[in-house]
Design a protein around this ligand. Structure first.
Ligand SMILES: NC(=O)c1ccc[n+]([C@@H]2O[C@H](COP(=O)([O-])OP(=O)(O)OC[C@H]3O[C@@H](n4cnc5c(N)ncnc54)[C@H](O)[C@@H]3O)[C@@H](O)[C@H]2O)c1
Ligand SMILES: O=C(O)C[C@H](O)C(=O)O
Ligand SMILES: [Mg+2]
Length: 469
């Protein structure tokens, strides 16, 4: 399996009199890296400041930095890896749709011309969908409480992830998305704030809000707003998991009705995933959280665990994950790193399917798991079968906003899952290729079309639009 390299820019002050630059290049080679670019930042009398861009394995970066620091005639001023450089100044910007070059254009797009448009919207607020960016704009709202698998890291630290989501909305679905990172984790306040900002948005994508608060926040906003409210970590994840499972089952020749499935981590993603798999026809599903297998009727002191326990585990199996997984055809992990052991995989049924989706570290090291299962997927881009909600959220919002759906309902989500799965042809389908790449343009097009058709069929679309293909 492939491992990524990283690109690091070392800013070095090098004494002009010494042969230090040759020693720098030699040190890079010794560290297993390559010099891929070289820029002179400043030349003075005695020294030259250069940015030396190096590609190397992440483990070698600190070793190379130490070597550079100890090198005579060289001063390491700074090191910035390509990931940090890509974040300098943020990753998104607002771009006007029309230029403002002179007074005439100014008076058309701004005052006094704009006043007529405002009054038209005052008289008919639905015109906001045609005369403003509303129909093409999504709020990506977080409280920073469950960011990736990093936990409660707060609203500022959540910004890079939310900007990333906004980039993906734009790149893949041409939707404008704004990161809205809130300095509150109080559900009442979050609901109040999102309602208050909703006039400017065609849809609300809730992101990385911890469970169980995310369920209440989403439910209340769905009830109180007439635009789609979609908690990506619940439903986006569940949609892509189902898409991956549909294709993994095509490979192993098993059907949903006869499967034994274990879902581990009954938080935002896991609860939605369990519900979606049941809606798709899975009957024998055991939900596992820190307490072990959830058994119907037991009170876990947590409404989500109680709700999922009530509709799962028909064999009423109790005990830890290592017991629940015995004989399972499918393991889906949306819990945390290291939850799953190699021995657990050996207990699974033949042709085991394992989706270890905790980010950034999966439930089991993929290199350990791969030889023990038939199909392995993770949330990571550096391994095959990346199951990530980016396969869902751009297309599902594009479809919902284009037909002006009031909600994103179960039928739309199931349609999105089937559309994603359907993009992988029989010839392409393989243990290492069960979901398409987001860079496959069919993904957003097909998800959009399927979502529009499902919205129209279920009566939640406000306008007739061409689904296209
Ligand atoms: N690949 C993807 O697209 C994708 C999407 C969403 C979430 N995720 C990942 O899934 C994980 C969960 O995300 P979430 O938003 O549902 O978080 P969450 O905090 O809402 O839920 C996590 C759940 O896992 C449970 N859990 C933690 N450790 C456990 C253990 N050792 N055994 C059993 N249960 C355990 C917790 O009790 C909790 O119920 C995160 O790592 C997140 O990054 C991945
Ligand atoms: O953000 C991602 O890449 C996936 C998911 O939304 C997560 O929170 O882990
Ligand atoms: Mg998320």
């Amino acid at each position: 399996m492939t491992r990524t390299t990283t690109t690091v820019v070392f800013r070095l002050e090098i004494a002009a009199a010494s042969a230090a630059f040759g020693a720098v290049v030699a040190a890079v080679g010794d560290a297993g890296g390559d010099v891929v670019a070289l820029n002179v930042v400043r030349t003075g009398g005695d020294t030259t400041v250069r940015d030396v861009t190096v590609q190397l394995s992440p483990d070698s970066q600190p070793l190379l930095a130490d070597r550079l620091r100890s090198m005579p005639g060289v001063r390491l001023i700074d090191e910035s890896d390509s990931i940090f450089l890509a974040h300098l100044g943020g990753k998104i910007q607002v771009v006007p749709t029309t230029p403002v070059r002179n007074r005439e254009e100014l008076s058309r797009v701004y005052t006094p011309g704009v006043a007529r448009v405002s009054l038209a919207i005052r008289d008919d607020p639905s015109k906001a969908f045609t005369l403003t960016a509303k129909r093409n704009t999504v709020a990506v709202v977080t409280d920073g409480s469950a960011v990736l698998g990093l936990g409660n890291i707060g609203p500022e630290a959540a910004m890079p992830v939310m900007e990333g989501k906004a980039m993906l909305f734009k790149q893949f679905a041409d939707l404008n998305a704004f990161p809205i990172c809130l300095r509150t984790q109080d559900p009442d306040e979050i609901v109040r704030i999102v309602k208050a900002i909703s006039p400017g948005f065609g849809g609300i994508n809730l992101e990385d809000i911890g469970s169980p608060r995310c369920f209440e926040i989403e439910r209340r906003l769905q009830e109180e707003l007439d635009i789609p409210v979609f908690h990506d970590d619940q439903h986006g994840t569940a949609v892509v998991i189902l898409a991956g499972l549909i294709n993994a089952l095509r490979l192993v020749g098993k059907s949903t009705g006869s499967l034994r499935v274990v879902v581990c981590g009954i938080g935002a993603a896991g609860a939605a995933c369990a519900e979606m798999l049941l809606a798709a026809g899975v009957r024998d599903l055991i939900a596992v959280d820190r307490e072990g297998a959830l058994v119907p009727g037991v009170d876990y002191g947590n409404p989500t665990l109680n709700r999922i326990a009530a509709v799962t585990n028909p064999r009423r199996l109790a005990g830890p994950l290592s017991e629940a997984i015995r004989g399972a055809d499918v393991f889906i992990g949306v819990s945390g790193p290291g939850v799953l052991q190699a021995n657990d995989l050996r207990r699974m049924a033949p042709d085991a399917i394992v989706f270890a989706m905790a980010n950034p570290e999966p439930e089991i090291d993929p290199d350990v798991a791969a030889p023990l299962v038939r199909v392995l997927a993770t949330g990571r881009s550096d391994y095959p079968n990346q199951i990530n909600n980016v396969l869902c959220f751009p297309g599902i919002f594009r479809g919902a906003l284009d037909c002006r759906a009031s909600v994103i309902n179960s039928e739309m989500k199931l349609a999105a899952a089937r559309a994603i799965a359907g993009i992988v042809t029989e010839e392409e389908l393989h243990e290492r290729y069960i979901v398409p790449s987001i860079f496959n343009e069919q993904v957003v097009t097909q998800v959009r079309a399927a979502v529009i058709r499902a919205a129209v069929r279920t009566g939640v679309a406000a306008i007739v639009t061409e689904p296209g293909e």
